[in-house]
Write a protein that binds this ligand. Structure first.
Ligand SMILES: NC(=O)c1ccc[n+]([C@@H]2O[C@H](COP(=O)([O-])OP(=O)(O)OC[C@H]3O[C@@H](n4cnc5c(N)ncnc54)[C@H](OP(=O)(O)O)[C@@H]3O)[C@@H](O)[C@H]2O)c1
Length: 335
């Protein structure tokens, strides 16, 4: 089996990762089409020793394309629908379809079989949510979770290529004594921590925080699960981290949790405090697994555990998860 593949948003941060993953993995690419905005049409991007010309997504036809990886933002929703109507399986990275009951929201290691319910479009969850459910589903499978309290430490590349450039520009500006000019973020991100991702609602909860609440409930099929999230942007280039407090139906020892997480595909436990071993974003950068450590009892609550996780949000939080969904559906061997 060989597949005709398209990447919509190929010139972006996630698009570049799709290109890398399709080169690295055994994904059977018969042909590859690259699409982005009209601004990028005509640019050429390297793939497996050749160069492919970028097409304007608005003009591109999806006839004959088996699978299209979309990472062009929610505003391109109509093109994702157009591709699905042409018979292409769309895996979309934006938030456009994530809460649509007709569109499965899938993390293959957690609810992979839901992918088969698709009607042409499958949604890739929010990056922080994917990393969270990868680390908590192996525990939830053993002992139901009662409540999740999570704080994120989100890398700037989560906001795309412009945000990475902004961090670098501000670092240079500070070195040269120039004023820092925020553009992507409401205040300087260099040398700072911003407890705000995207937009506030009337209750001062952010869009990103709601995504973590609603998408976690949907993926775990626990619509009533109590989830409280605080989403924070930090001046890290790549890989999101999260501090998680899990209240469970019964007391679980850190050793039990380590055993369940050790056995979970896509998760690596890095947890040896005596040897100063715990995962940091630099460890996760460029890797496939979600790294989990600092697993410990919550001293104030016998039925709760604290843990720390970090994962490459451009890989497992976006492009890798989408490729794994396609591998799962088309029964492609993972490597
Ligand atoms: N970065 C992450 O860690 C991450 C994680 C999970 C999900 N996502 C989601 O993935 C999507 C892409 O994110 P990104 O970080 O890769 O952003 P990015 O670096 O800013 O790239 C955006 C991509 O979308 C294309 N695009 C923008 N406007 C377009 C239009 N009108 N028509 C066609 N293509 C258009 C851009 O093409 P041009 O270069 O031509 O402008 C570029 O290829 C977003 O929905 C984002 O929420 C990102």
């Amino acid at each position: 089996m060989s597949l005709h593949v398209a990447i919509a948003g190929a010139t972006g941060v996630v698009g570049a990762e799709f290109l890398r993953l399709l080169e690295e993995r055994a994904f059977p690419v018969a042909s590859l089409r690259l699409m982005a905005s009209a601004r990028s049409a005509g640019r050429r991007l390297a793939f497996r020793g050749t160069e492919i010309e970028v097409e304007d997504l608005a003009e591109a036809s999806f006839e004959g394309v088996d699978v299209a990886f979309f990472s062009a933002g929610s505003a391109q929703k109509a093109h994702a629908r157009r591709a699905a109507e042409a018979g292409t399986l769309v895996v979309d990275n934006s938030s456009a379809f994530r809460m649509d009951p007709d569109v499965p929201l899938v993390v293959p290691q957690v609810n992979g079989d839901r992918a088969r319910d698709h009607k042409g479009i499958i949604a890739n969850p929010n990056c922080s949510t994917i990393l969270l459910v990868m680390a908590i589903a192996p525990i939830e499978r053993q002992v139901p979770i009662r409540r999740i309290v999570v704080s994120t430490y989100q890398a700037v590349s989560g906001s795309g290529a412009a945000a990475l450039a902004e961090l670098e520009q501000q670092a240079a500006d500070e070195r040269e004594g120039r004023p820092l000019t925020p553009s992507v973020y409401p205040m300087p991100i260099h040398g700072n921590v911003i407890p705000f991702v995207q937009a506030f609602d009337a209750d001062a909860i952010t869009t990103e925080e709601w995504k973590m609440v609603k998408e976690t409930q949907r993926i775990l099929e626990r619509p009533e699960l109590a989830v409280s999230a605080t989403c924070v942007r930090v001046p890290v280039r790549r890989a999101h981290s999260e501090a998680v407090n899990l209240e469970l139906e019964r007391a679980v020892t850190p050793d039990e949790a380590r055993t369940w997480l050790d056995a979970a595909p896509g998760v690596t436990v890095v947890d040896d405090p005596a040897a100063m071993r715990f995962p940091t974003p630099r460890d996760a950068d460029g890797g496939d697994d979600v790294l989990v450590g600092r697993i410990r009892r919550d001293p104030g609550r016998p039925e709760a555990l604290d843990l720390w996780l970090t994962g490459d949000q451009i890989r497992k939080g976006a492009a890798l998860n989408a490729v794994e969904i396609a591998e799962h559906l088309f029964e492609v061997p993972a490597r």
